[in-house]
Write a protein that binds this ligand. Sequence first.
Ligand SMILES: [Zn+2]
Length: 76
Amino acid sequence: MGLPRLIILALLVAGGVWLWRRFNQRSNSSTPPSPVQTMVCCAHCHVHLPQDRALADSPYWYCSSQHQQQGPKARD
Ligand SMILES: [Zn+2]
C-alpha cells in the first residue's frame, strides 16, 4: 500500500466524517422543538395553568371545578 493510496483513504475517511457531522447537524436542526404547553388563565383566580389541566367553560378556563361553579371574577 503506497502513500498516495493512504492519502486517498485519509481523505475518504475525513470526507465521511464531515458528511456524517453535516447530516447529524441537519437532522438535529430539522427536529421540531419540544411542544410548548399552551397556558390559560383561570377566569376566577387568574392563575395560569397548562391548558390540558384546565377546565373549559367557553369562553372561560378554570383551574378547578370549584372556581368553575363560582364563575368568572373581575381581576382586582
Ligand atoms: Zn382558579
